[in-house]
Design a protein around this ligand. Sequence first.
Ligand SMILES: [Zn+2]
Length: 352
Amino acid sequence: MISQAIAIPRLIVSKHHGFNDLPNALKKHGFNKILLIVGKGIEKLFKDRIDILLYDRELNITGPTILEELDVEKLSPLAYQLESYDVIISMGGGKAIDTGKYISFLRQIPFISVPTSISNDGFASSGASLMVSGQKKSVAAKMPYGVIADLDILFTAPERFYFSGLGDVVSKITACYDWQYEESHGVGHIDHYALLTAKKSVNSVVRLPKPYIHEGLFIKEVVDSLIMSGISMEVAGNSAPASGSEHLISHAMDKLVPGRYLHGVQVGIATYIMSLTQEYRMNRVRTFLTETGFFEHVKALNINRKTMIEAIKLAPGIKPNRITTLHHEKYMNKALNVIEEDEILIDLFAMS
Ligand SMILES: [Zn+2]
């Protein structure tokens, strides 16, 4: 029998001016003593929003405290020095959220994320991307109790984060294919609810008609999709519904060119390569990434063709215990071929 105890966010706000709902939501959920962690520059950038919290007389807020510490060895003593709080809120990009999430996990305190950009699904997933012995690792942490996605805050983020978020959304297509492929080869098992959640999360975004992409509600669909993707991993008990061969290629790029490109940008390109390789929903992926301007954005990054090829070759070795399509020679060869043959990919990478 499989455990049915699953941690999912109990407070989800994703709308225009969503931050304004936070004080009342905190009271409604019984949180009074609150630690507010922010990323660098956030306090100034969103002072008007933060003041709504600070000047609420019914809430006892400590902070805003600037904290973007990703080193696990430094984070642990820091977490245990803190006094006890009802809830920890992190407002910022990935670093502030990963920091707060891990501290909350160590101290077993509920955690609320307030993302200021949506470059990946980290603001709504249990994993934290931290430094362990000098290497970036995905560490088990805590599923957020709450997610407050204020669309007006997210609109202010630089465009590259938006493209990264799109890449992480579309990756569920090839990830789910790999997950089913893996089970059919006798490794792991599909959790059907997690599969359904992951598939629905991406479909609601990629099926939007073209003009909709540049309208305000599109970003809401992306946010909601990333939240559902985080939940699908929690339900499955692992990252498989949201992370397949396309994520392995991205992890390989992290090793080859650390920190050069955003996670979702790497993942989005790899998703296109793998959809051609798997011959699965490739027209949908191509249309989506073309119409959103994703390919145009990637082209300007001048990603080296040799790096891409090297990353594909390294990818299966990143998780040798998984059996994604890329773990089998037939698909590996095909992935290397599509780089040479597909017109969009030929155009996308720099030759040198
Ligand atoms: Zn991802």
